[in-house]
Write a protein that binds this ligand. Structure first.
Ligand code: URA
Length: 207
C-alpha cells in the first residue's frame, strides 16, 4: 500500500502510533468498517505541507489523502502552479474518517491534533497551506495567529507569517477544494489563490 512512511523513522513512528490509537471513538468506526487511518503522504523533506480536514470514504478505503473527488480538484490546482505531489506533503487534522463524512468535532481535533503537530515538527515545512475553515482555525491557533483568524471567505489566498520553534513559517489558508466540486466560480477563485504558491517553488530546490 502506497502512502505510508517508508523513508523517515520519526514519521514511521507517528504512523505506527496512529494505527494503534484508540483515543477517540472514530477508532471503533474504523475497525467496524475495516477501513484505514489516513496518516498522510508525500515528501518527508517537503517545503510545503497541505492540511485538509479529515479523510473521506475513498481516502479511508485506500489510506491515501485526497484521492477522491476533492483530491482531483487539488490535483488540478497543484498542476496549475506546476507543483507535484511527490514534492509536497499532504495530510489532515483527523486521521480517521468521521461517520457520514460529518465535520470534525472539537474533541476529535483535540485528541488527534498532536499527530499533525508532530508531523509538522518532523517535516519542518517553510509553508503550511490549510484547506478549509477547520484546518485554518487549528493552524492559526497553533501558530499564534488567533488575532488574525477570520472565516475562510475573508482570508483565503493571503499569506501570514509566524515563527515556529525551528524558523519562520508562512501560513496560507485556502478554501477547501471540495467547495469547487459543484461551483465553477469557487474553482476559479481557488485557482487564482493558488497562484501565490508560484513564489514558493524555489523553496523546493533548496533542501
Ligand atoms: N477532504 C479532506 O479534507 N481530506 C481528504 O483527505 C479528503 C477529502
Amino acid at each position: 500500500m502506497r502512502g505510508f512512511q517508508k523513508n523517515n523513522d520519526s514519521l514511521k513512528k507517528v504512523q505506527d502510533e496512529i494505527f494503534k490509537c484508540k483515543k477517540c471513538p472514530l477508532y471503533k468506526e474504523r475497525k467496524k468498517l475495516k477501513i484505514f487511518p489516513v496518516v498522510g503522504e508525500g515528501n518527508y523533506r517537503a517545503k510545503i505541507i497541505f492540511i485538509g480536514e479529515a479523510p473521506g470514504a475513498n481516502e479511508a478505503k485506500t489510506g491515501h489523502p485526497f484521492c477522491g473527488k476533492a483530491g482531483k480538484v487539488l490535483d488540478y490546482l497543484l498542476d496549475s502552479v506546476n507543483i507535484k505531489r511527490k514534492d509536497i506533503y499532504i495530510t489532515n487534522i483527523l486521521k480517521d474518517k468521521p461517520p457520514s463524512n460529518r465535520n470534525p468535532n472539537q474533541k476529535e481535533i483535540n485528541t488527534c491534533g498532536h499527530y499533525l503537530q508532530r508531523q509538522i515538527e518532523i517535516i519542518k515545512p517553510k509553508v503550511i497551506c490549510s484547506l478549509g475553515n477547520f484546518s485554518t482555525k487549528y493552524i492559526f491557533e497553533k501558530y499564534n495567529l488567533k488575532d488574525k483568524l477570520k472565516g475562510i471567505s475573508k482570508i483565503h489566498g493571503k499569506v501570514f507569517e509566524s515563527q515556529d520553534t525551528f524558523e519562520k513559517i508562512k501560513i496560507i489558508p485556502f478554501y477547501h477544494p471540495a467547495v469547487a466540486l459543484y461551483n465553477v466560480n469557487m474553482k476559479k477563485i481557488l485557482r487564482k489563490d493558488f497562484q501565490v504558491l508560484k513564489g514558493t517553488k524555489k523553496l523546493k530546490d533548496k533542501k
